[in-house]
Design a protein. Structure first.
Length: 278
């Protein structure tokens, strides 16, 4: 299936979008993490349990086949990220989607909420999600995968960068990733220029006050052996978000949707159905 493009309302950055499932089904919007791609969700796109839903995914600005603005403000200004998600939702006439947000994109969902509120969203599934970055507290909730390996993504030396990305990927999960998938992941991780990775890691954000005001259903999914975003982040957010549900995956790393796709799809299906009834 070919990409199509939506331009961000704020600066016209082209965002590469893909759709799967039932065009008339309840909408899910999938957002990938730092240096990743929409394709990280491939197991969900081809899962029969989710085929009844309208599944929309896109490459974040600076990633994959989306535009890669040169100025740093395009990645540091929360209004940019908020505009991107709003533009996807409104341009595609997506009514009350459930947002499925992995890792770094937890920050992007918070950017959206900061500037748009939650009235146009049915629910949020935070998956191994980071809602704060660049603060002492955020550092305490980050593991070695993020603190030690993510900076290697910023190297301008291609050999050093390839080594860092490879080490990151083989430690991403608590399972053995088949080499065809590793090579695929290497491909889309290396599509993100080092300069963009550096700027993304320079962001400073704390969304505690913001998420305490969430009124929509929220599912927090997290692996107990996540060494990028520690489980303490999930417990922290669960304590702040009223009526949120915390689902902990045992013996699972940073990508529960990849490591245990059956359970993940079952829980996402149930959560989406619940959101549509609230």
């Amino acid at each position: 299936m070919a990409y199509f493009y939506v331009k961000s309302e704020i600066d016209n950055t082209p965002l590469a979008v893909q759709e799967f499932g039932n065009r008339n089904g309840r909408p899910l919007v999938f957002i990938h993490g730092f240096s990743q791609s929409y394709w990280c969700w491939k197991k969900q796109f081809h899962d029969p349990r989710l085929s009844k839903f309208r599944m929309v995914a896109f490459d974040l600005r600076g990633h994959g086949c989306s535009g890669k603005p040169l100025d740093e403000a395009s990645y540091l200004d929360s209004r940019m990220w908020a505009s991107d998600l709003r533009s996807i939702i409104r341009s595609l006439d997506i009514i009350k989607p459930v947002i499925v947000s992995w890792s770094y994109s937890g920050l992007i969902v918070c950017d959206y909420l900061r500037h748009n509120g939650d009235s146009e969203i049915a629910g949020i599934n935070f998956v191994g999600a980071r809602t704060k970055v660049g603060t002492p507290e955020a550092k305490k909730m980050s593991g070695s995968l993020f603190l030690d390996l993510a900076p290697g993504f910023c190297s301008e030396n291609s050999e050093d960068r390839l080594t860092a990305v490879y080490e990151f990927l083989i430690n991403l999960t608590n399972c053995n990733i088949p080499y065809p998938d590793i090579y695929e992941m290497l491909g889309y991780n290396l599509c993100v220029p080092a300069r963009i990775c550096r700027v993304l890691l320079e962001r400073v954000a704390d969304n505690d006050t913001l998420i305490t005001k969430l009124k929509i259903p929220t599912l927090i999914t997290h692996g107990d052996r996540d060494t990028s975003v520690l489980l303490s982040m999930a417990h922290h957010n669960h304590s702040l978000i009223k009526n949120s549900v915390l689902s902990i995956y045992n013996k699972t790393g940073h990508a529960p949707f990849y490591e245990d796709p059956h359970r993940f799809s079952e829980e996402l299906q149930e959560f989406t159905n619940q959101c549509s009834n609230t």
